[in-house]
Every structure is written in structure tokens, then in C-alpha cells.
Design a protein around this ligand. Structure first.
Ligand code: MOS
Length: 719
């Protein structure tokens, strides 16, 4: 453990190393490169939801000005990775295969790509492609396809007695629904594909992992791994939408091959709703029971999430009920419902965010039934060891987080009796909700190079989707090496650099940070060996290099967790506190104050950590109050695929958000003692808002989002 790193963080911390590049527009995102000879691809989507393409007329598009090629399933070159061995059956499920056959599996599915010499010409020509279909009946709503439920992964489990909650003196059973939500990152997905030779490819693409995207492309196109170069230097948000190779990327790579020119393909905002996944609509039911003094007797948590017909997506939202609180009897049932829609994917807090809305709502409902303060109820059922594995936690200071948050929001002002406080004509309520997420550490490598002028270069293939990875890595390197941040350069977003996993699952700082820490520690040691006796804690690296006549000194290290993961259960925790104002006539909910507390080990980079928590909290407020994908089930078509009709929070919706950190290092997870916080920033927030709305109004909304129509018509009596 490095003492330097485990001192309490300063309240401010380093500003983003790439902040100036980003705000001045100097940072170049994946759609912002122009290799010589580049042309433009635009996708054509199916206008039906299920069926087959009878015929497709591309003639008018091909004759349109500037058009180089129109590719459909009829003329697309065979994609090696899609092909099934002769004699073998087609796999029943798998990722979507672009232009593979004439089947239409969801509305807006790409049926053609038009390549032209300008974006505008490609877009116009795409409008001229006309298909005739044989249409089959479709199912796009959970409610009309209940006969097709399939088991969801390993989500059906039991610990202790099944349905034990039913035997408890205090109990309730309720259903909770979350609609589909989309990631809605500011940056649109974009790719530029350029073939450098017959089997050699360079792409610039929006991805959370340049090496995972490289490996995905290698497996789809069957190319030598060393021949595929993926670049993604800046990513303008992703939230899980850039963790796989999507059809539009395959389309760009394929068309670049056909037209023998680099091809840029940029998704529009409407495509972002249908082409890069979403958080699946999920129905849940929780039965929960406790003794009169608040001890949990049992929880039964059932969930059904939507998926596509061609791919099983399991995010197991029921997991939170197994691990969050000490409870002897927990059983879960998880199913998926295949619908004629594109596949869902991971979205910030995947599984846990959905599950925690139900669990944290149910616990709040129980607290009123028992007349026990919601924080007290959670403390009565505080898990001192992991209820699922029985292992000790590597670290857990959630009880301190409760206290920090309660003090921050002014929990003492809350009245247990709902709908009992009003101010200036608004009803006032307080709510809280907790989150947890596994604290992971994967394998990673990093190269550290000390240059003759004393500049340190750190290299690793990680992507940064926005949390400020470079800033955190430079902070770690600066602390270990004892040199200022402005003498450090951090290279990333390039698949040829040392191993790094995708930025996902809140694991980057713990994973890549450990590799950077180790590389810097080893490099410094090598300097100290050169210096011999009399070495100091802060060597003058440039002077040592000069003295030994060395142009530079470099080292590459591999890093991974050790056996500690077998001994300890590793999680990050959060708790969110919310004060809301609800207008009794209009049902409008204003979030008035938010305090979020994270227990995620040592805080490496306080300023970017704060941003991370604030961003997640805002995402959670959107989930609670606004976000909802609406499909017109008659046509299977998404109707609110734009930011006018799909609402996300804007500045006017968000109060000052306070982000607090317990900031105590985890002694086992990695040398920094740092755990992830990307997911826990959002997990639990929707429940906290719903619980605050109940406290304000006495009205329990169990179906998100909590829009005014669900609150108007209340017989609210202001005291
Ligand atoms: Mo995420 S859903 O870990 O990008």
C-alpha cells in the first residue's frame, strides 16, 4: 500500500488533462477524420417489423448523383464469420448478421447501405431505395407475448426457504415496471473504415474498448489480429452502448471493401434509439416480509425482461435482492421475453439499476408498513458479510455513507407520515435509495517510458468514454513517480498499445490504474538501482538518464488481481438522498436537493470522481422522471426517437448535486485501494426519487417514469 495514495484526497483534485482539448473542439472524435478518398455510407432501414424482403429496388438510388454502390443482402460479399459450416444447422441464437438473408427481425433493421461521394448525396439516394415485403404478424409489447417467456441465464435461484416472506408478520407484494431507456450519449456512433491491403484494416470508431472491438472485427471478418488497427481517442459518452461491434460498423467495413475507398458511416440521432441497444423494459414483482422489529424474513424477487428473437440478453436484475441486505431466505425468478425488436444491451448499472428500483421501493414500502425509518430499516438488515457467499467484504463503509448522506440532505427534517409537509404550495418529501455493484479488477498492461527531458509517457490501450481516465492515470503516475502532472503524457485509445479491457463495469481505475501504478513503481525502482546508494524518493530522472548516457528508460508490466478475490467479496456501495417538491394540482415533480454518497475505496481523482457521481445521479433522475421508449405496437415502430419526445434531464431539471465520498481505501482490491463508481452513481437513484415522491404525496408510483399524469387527480390535502 502506498502511503502517498492513501492520504485523504484534497477536495478539488486535478482538472481534466484533456479538458481544454474538449471544450475548444480540438479533441477529434471517431467521425472527425478524413482519410484521402473517403466516401460516405448511409443505411436504409426496413419499414416493416417482421417478415421477409420480397424484392428490393435499388436502381433509382444507383442512378442518383455521386452514388458509388448500393449494397443489400442480394449483392453483399459473404462475411466469413457469419458462415455456418456445411452440414451444420444455423445457430438458434446469436448476434445480428447484417445483410445475411432476406429476413426482417425488427423495425428499422438495416436492409441496404448506400455509398456516395458526399453525405448528402448518400442520404438522398438512400431515400430512393424501395423494398417490397411479405409481412408476418409481430409482437413488440411485453403484454401481448406472455406465452414466450424463456429462462433468463442463471437468474432463477434460492437461498433458504422459498417464499418465506409469506410467513412474516409484516409483508407486502408489489409489481414494478421500468420502460426501455436509451443511452442517449451526446456523441453519435460513428465509424471510418479504411482497408490498407486485402486483409489489413484501420478503423476509427466510437468504442468503449479498442482491443475488444478489434477482436470483434477479427472474428466477423476473419482477419489476422495484427492486421486490424482500431482507434478511438475520444468518446463522447457511451454508457454501455459501445461495448460490441454493431451492424453499422460491419456495414462501413464491408462497403469500404466493396468500393475500395475509406467509408465514413455516422448514425443519426434517430438511429441511436434502434441501432446500438437500450436498457430493456422489465416487469418485476417483489414479495418481502419482516418481523415487527424490522428483521427481514424473506424476499422473493421475480423479473421478466425483454430481449430480441435472435439473441438472449440476460442482465439478471434480481441479483440485488440476493446481495444487498442480510436476509436468510431469498429466492429469485428471472425470465426473458423474446420480442420482434433489436437486442437490448448493457446500460449503466445493467441489471442492478433495474433491480434496485424495485428492491429499494419495496424496502421503502416496508418501512412505512413497519413505521420504521427507512435508514434504520436498512441498518437493522445491514450485511456485515456477503449474504450470498458468506465471505467477508474486502471493505464496506456503507453505514458511514448513510450517515454522511442523511446529514447532507437534512434527513431530520423528514416526516415519516407521507403528505404531511408543504411549502409555498408544493408538497415536500424526502427519500433515499441504495446501490451496489461488484468491484472488479481485470488483466491489463501498461508501458512507462521516461524520456531524456524528464517527460514520462504512459501507454495502454484503454478507451475513455468520459469519466476522465487519463486524468486518473496521470494522478496515479504523478503520485508514484513524484513528478508534476504536466510532465506526464498519457497515450490511449489505440489497439496497438499494451493490453487493456473495455471501459465497462466500473473497472477501469482498478484495472488499468493498477497496471499504471505497477509500471511506474517498477520504472522508479529501476532508476533507484541506477542511482545506487544515496537514491532519493524523488529522483531527478532526466539527470540520471544523462549521467548514464541513456536516451530513455522504459518498462512494460502486466498486472492482474491475485488470490484476494477468492477470499473476499468485493463491492462498491452508494446511497442517494433526494428531496422533491410535488405540485398538488399539476403533479409536476421538482427535484429540489440531491446528496449522493459513494463508498468506493480510495478516491484517486476527486474532481472527475465528483463529475462521475453527478452524471450518474442525473441519469438516475432521468430514469425516475422522464425517460421512456415508446413503441407503437400496431406497427412495431419507435415513435419518440428524438430528444423532443424522449426526455432527458436538462439543466433546469437538476438542482445542485452534492457528491460525497467515504474515501477509505479497500485494502485488498489493488495497490491504490480504489474501487469503481460509474455504475453505483446511478444504481438506487430511481428508487430514491420514487420514495421521495411517496413521502411528499402518499402516492406510490411503481411504474417509471413518474410523469405528472401518474400523480394528478390525487386527493392531496396540504396541511
Ligand atoms: Mo457500462 S453498462 O459498464 O458501459
Amino acid at each position: 500500500m502506498n502511503d502517498q495514495l492513501n492520504k485523504p484526497s484534497s477536495s478539488t483534485g486535478m482538472s481534466r488533462i484533456d479538458g481544454r482539448l474538449k471544450v475548444t473542439g480540438a479533441a477529434r472524435y471517431s467521425g472527425e477524420f478524413t482519410p484521402a478518398g473517403m466516401v460516405y455510407g448511409v443505411l436504409v432501414g426496413s419499414t416493416i417489423t417482421k417478415g421477409t424482403i420480397k424484392s428490393i429496388d435499388t436502381k433509382a438510388a444507383e442512378r442518383a448523383p455521386g452514388v458509388l454502390k448500393v449494397i443489400t443482402h442480394l449483392n453483399a460479399p459473404k462475411i466469413a464469420g457469419y458462415q455456418v459450416e456445411p452440414g451444420k444447422p444455423e445457430p438458434a441464437k446469436g448476434t445480428y448478421k447484417l445483410f445475411y438473408n432476406n429476413k426482417v427481425l425488427f423495425n428499422g433493421q438495416p436492409i441496404a447501405v448506400v455509398v456516395a461521394d458526399s453525405f448528402e448525396r448518400a442520404l438522398f439516394a438512400a431515400s430512393l431505395v424501395k423494398a417490397q415485403y411479405n409481412t408476418d404478424p409481430h409482437h413488440t409489447s411485453m403484454q401481448d407475448n406472455t406465452g414466450a417467456f424463456a429462462p433468463g441465464g442463471d437468474g432463477t435461484t434460492k437461498r433458504g426457504t422459498v417464499d418465506a416472506w409469506k410467513t412474516a408478520p409484516f409483508k407486502l407484494e408489489q409489481e414494478y415496471i421500468i420502460p426501455s431507456e436509451v443511452h442517449s450519449a451526446m456523441e453519435l456512433h460513428a465509424i471510418i473504415a479504411k482497408w490498407d491491403a486485402e486483409d489489413k484494416l484501420t478503423v476509427w470508431t466510437k468504442t468503449q474498448g479498442v482491443q475488444d472491438t478489434r477482436d470483434g472485427i477479427v472474428s466477423i471478418f476473419k482477419l489476422p489480429k495484427e492486421n486490424v488497427q482500431v482507434n478511438s481517442k475520444f468518446v463522447g459518452g457511451a454508457f454501455g452502448s459501445a461495448l460490441q461491434v454493431w451492424p453499422h460498423e460491419v456495414a462501413a467495413i464491408l462497403s469500404a471493401k466493396v468500393v475500395k475507398r475509406p467509408v465514413k458511416l455516422l448514425l443519426g440521432r434517430a438511429d441511436m434509439f434502434t441501432s446500438v441497444g437500450y436498457r430493456p423494459y422489465t416487469w418485476q414483482k417483489i414479495g418481502i416480509g419482516a418481523t415487527a422489529d424490522g428483521k427481514l424474513v424473506g424476499i422473493t424477487h421475480e423479473a421478466v425482461g425483454q430481449t430480441s428473437t435472435y439473441e438472449d440478453f440476460n442482465e439478471e436484475p434480481i441479483g440485488v435482492s440476493r446481495s444487498t441486505y442480510a436476509c436468510p431466505n431469498v429466492n429469485t425468478i428471472y425470465k426473458i421475453n423474446p420480442l420482434d425488436i433489436g437486442s437490448p444491451t448493457w446500460m449503466r448499472g445493467p441489471g442492478e439499476a433495474t433491480g434496485a428500483f424495485a428492491l429499494e421501493s419495496a424496502l421503502d414500502e416496508l418501512s412505512y408498513a413497519l413505521n420504521i425509518d427507512p435508514i434504520k430499516l436498512r441498518l437493522i438488515n445491514y450485511a456485515e458479510t456477503d449474504p450470498e457467499s458468506g465471505k467477508p467484504f474486502s471493505s464496506k463503509y456503507l453505514n458511514e455513507a448513510y450517515k454522511l448522506g442523511a446529514d447532507g440532505i437534512g434527513w431530520d427534517d423528514r416526516k415519516q407520515k407521507p403528505a404531511s409537509v408543504s411549502k409555498n404550495g408544493w408538497m415536500v418529501g424526502y427519500g433515499m435509495g441504495g446501490g451496489m455493484f461488484g468491484a472488479y479488477r481485470d488483466k491489463a498492461a501498461a508501458k512507462a517510458i521516461m524520456m531524456a527531458d524528464g517527460t514520462l509517457i504512459i501507454q495502454t490501450a484503454v478507451s475513455d468514454i468520459g469519466p476522465g481516465t487519463g486524468t486518473a492515470m496521470v494522478t496515479i503516475a504523478s503520485d508514484v513517480m513524484g513528478i508534476p502532472a504536466d510532465k506526464i503524457r498519457f497515450d490511449m485509445g489505440d489497439s496497438s498499445l499494451p493490453l487493456a479491457p473495455s471501459q465497462g463495469g466500473s473497472s477501469t481505475t482498478a484495472t488499468v490504474g493498477s497496471a499504471v501504478y505497477q509500471a511506474c513503481t517498477d520504472l522508479k525502482e529501476n532508476f533507484q538501482k541506477l542511482i545506487g546508494n544515496g537514491g532519493t524518493d524523488k529522483p531527478d530522472y532526466a539527470a540520471v538518464l544523462k549521467q548514464h548516457n541513456l536516451p530513455k528508460l522504459e518498462i512494460t508490466v502486466d498486472s492482474s488481481g491475485g488470490p484476494e478475490r477468492d477470499k473476499y467479496a468485493m463491492y462498491s456501495w452508494s446511497v442517494h438522498f433526494v428531496r422533491v417538491l410535488v405540485h398538488p394540482t399539476t403533479g409536476v415533480v421538482k427535484v429540489d436537493k440531491v446528496v449522493c454518497v459513494a463508498d468506493s475505496g480510495h478516491i484517486v481523482s476527486p474532481k472527475t470522481a465528483r463529475s462521475q457521481i453527478v452524471g450518474g445521479a442525473i441519469g438516475g433522475i432521468g430514469m425516475a422522471l422522464m425517460e421512456e421508449v415508446i413503441i407503437d405496437d400496431r406497427y412495431g415502430k419507435l415513435v419518440n426517437n428524438n430528444f423532443a419526445d424522449y426526455h432527458v434531464p436538462v439543466n433546469a431539471d437538476i438542482p445542485q448535486i452534492e457528491a460525497l465520498f467515504v474515501n477509505k481505501p479497500d485494502p485488498y482490491i489493488n495497490p491504490m485501494g480504489a474501487k469503481g463508481m460509474g455504475e453505483i452513481a446511478l444504481i438506487g437513484m430511481a428508487g430514491a426519487v420514487a420514495n421521495a415522491v411517496y413521502n411528499a404525496t402518499g402516492k406510490r408510483v411503481r411504474e417509471l417514469p413518474i410523469t405528472p399524469d401518474k400523480l394528478v387527480g390525487m386527493e392531496l390535502e396540504l396541511s
